[in-house]
Design a protein. Structure first.
Length: 93
């Protein structure tokens, strides 16, 4: 397991927690933010340890996500899905 895999796993865990909050109409803000910070840190480590062109999309998503509003529009969800696709490309190629 390399740094890209760890970054992708933390991203998907963060995304699953956000999806659970959306579906249950509950807030897990504190835990979601902790996981997001961990996802951001692991992505940074992955970029330093093994930089690839494929990491551009998920990195951009990690920078954009905090600027979107999860409860007022679906933009947050769409950007998060784009990040998931980006990490899937990094891991499976």
């Amino acid at each position: 397991m390399n740094a890209d895999h760890i970054a992708a796993i933390t991203y998907f865990l963060t995304m699953l927690l956000g999806l659970a909050a959306r579906l249950r109409n509950t807030r897990y803000g504190q835990w979601h933010h902790v996981l997001f910070a961990l996802s951001f840190i692991t992505a940074g480590v992955a970029i330093v340890v093994h930089p690839t062109v494929g990491q551009i999309l998920p990195s951009a998503v990690l920078l954009i996500l905090p600027m979107t509003r999860p409860r007022t529009s679906r933009i947050h969800d769409g950007v998060a899905l784009l990040g998931a696709v980006g990490w899937a490309v990094v891991v499976f190629t």
